[in-house]
Design a protein around this ligand. Structure first.
Ligand SMILES: [Zn+2]
Length: 208
């Protein structure tokens, strides 16, 4: 195992998705908003709380024909570190190592749902597929593609950002922390159960 990977194993805990902290609103100021992070539009579906991943979900994810989300990385170069231990528990994501500023590309046709910067994931993107069934989380970006905004529709393979080390990524190990979740129902849409994407990539991300 390389020193770079070891340092990721030691420090990267971005799998613990940073949840928006909502403090109780003081009764005396009902207009106060205590939501810490900017929040994008919430997909329109409503229904009973559903936190399980079914075989139907997995079939649907395979049909999305996901692309490896880092430019120039073929499927065969990926390493399955989904179950690796991190400081906050199981990783539940893949770390894809690449030089700083390597393009991060849309793994699916996406709607950009949420953009923010925090101490764990750093500069992150939450996006969902057009059917609003899956959520894709891209963390530790160096920066976004210029002009990227919540609500943007992005075609699979398009550049959305650049690999970096923001958040708690080791400064000498640029990588993309990539997580796939089933969209949550009955709570924040970006907070659903994770799915290991390792076996679901159908397309390499080729160099342009
Ligand atoms: Zn990670």
């Amino acid at each position: 195992m390389t020193a770079a990977l070891l340092s990721v194993l030691a420090a990267c805990s971005a799998s613990r998705v940073v949840r928006p902290t909502v403090a109780p609103e003081p009764e005396s100021s009902p207009s106060a908003s205590a939501v810490r992070w900017p929040i994008g539009p919430t997909p329109a579906h409503a229904g009973p709380r559903d936190t399980r991943v079914s075989t139907d979900d997995l079939d649907a994810l395979w049909q999305r024909q996901l692309m490896v989300p880092v430019e120039g990385i073929p499927r065969g170069a990926l390493r399955d570190d989904y179950t690796a231990k991190r400081t906050a528990g199981m990783h539940r994501a893949l770390d894809i190592l690449a030089p700083r500023y390597t393009a991060v590309v849309a793994s699916d046709d996406l709607v950009i749902g949420r953009l923010f910067s925090g101490p764990v994931g750093g500069i992150v993107i939450y996006a969902y597929d057009p059917e609003q069934r899956f959520v894709y989380y891209y963390a530790h970006l160096q920066r976004y593609r210029k002009g990227l905004a919540v609500g943007d529709r992005v075609a699979k393979g398009s550049v959305i950002g650049y690999v970096g080390t923001t958040g708690n990524a080791p400064p000498d190990t640029p990588h993309l922390h990539f997580q796939v979740m089933k969209r949550a129902v009955g709570r924040a849409w970006w907070d659903g159960p994770a799915i290991n994407p390792f076996s679901f990539f159908a397309l390499d991300a080729l160099r342009p």
